[in-house]
Design a protein around this ligand. Sequence first.
Ligand code: SAM
Length: 250
Amino acid sequence: MTGGAEVPPALEGEHDDGLEEERAFFGRRKGKRLRDAQEIRLETLLPALRIDLPPGGGRIDPLTLFGQMDAPPEEIWLEIGFGGGEHLAARAAAHPRIGFIGAEAFVNGVVKLLADIEARGLRNVRVRDGDVAPLLARLPDACLGQVSLLYPDPWPKRRQRKRRFVSDESLAQIARLLKDGGVFRFASDIDDYAGWTLARVARCPDLRWEAATSRDWLQPFPGWPGTRYEAKALLTGRRPTYLEFSRIPR
Ligand SMILES: C[S@@+](CC[C@H](N)C(=O)[O-])C[C@H]1O[C@@H](n2cnc3c(N)ncnc32)[C@H](O)[C@@H]1O
């Protein structure tokens, strides 16, 4: 990361202070001061849910992460950049036999998800509280049934676009992690980012856009609980695009 004061417009006004630098992550790590109850959840609940990266670059067997579930998860689904976690918590509640991994680098978002996990009594969620990239590198091939990337930071200025999460490299990594027929979901209210993603998927040999009609990208995914950023986009009159790609069988 190069740091500096550039903030994606979607984040302006959300995160008031604190900007940590890290080589490959461009967002903010901390915002408003946490309340006592949030600090307590970070100290007591997060250690049990956090996914630790094994030292020495070792791989993680994601099936071992869900010992709290009554039975091994039928599939594992990943959400990258879950924000406040509203979508992740709603989906985890709706799919109790799926194991969910959520990754979010912004600690104020992580504490919101923790409160939701506690309130709903969820036992099928594990958390990466940091940059998702090192986690992706540690997961084995074909271990995920779904990956969601919802309203990623838009980085709208031309010179910032290389910071966007979607790149040829990240798509190759997502394709590596998806099972054959697995699904990659992307949503954005920034038309240019949707086009950017379509262009990169078109040259990714392992992913295919399955849309047949405009309904497929204008309507939310089935069972869609929405996200906080989506609600903000709709309020300001921006229309989201929903893209679903499938992993071409190996
Ligand atoms: C614009 S917000 C959208 C949040 C949420 N998905 C929603 O729709 O409400 C993008 C989120 O992605 C997170 N993020 C960006 N890059 C990330 C990374 N490499 N690893 C983990 N989280 C990341 C940011 O911290 C931010 O909370």
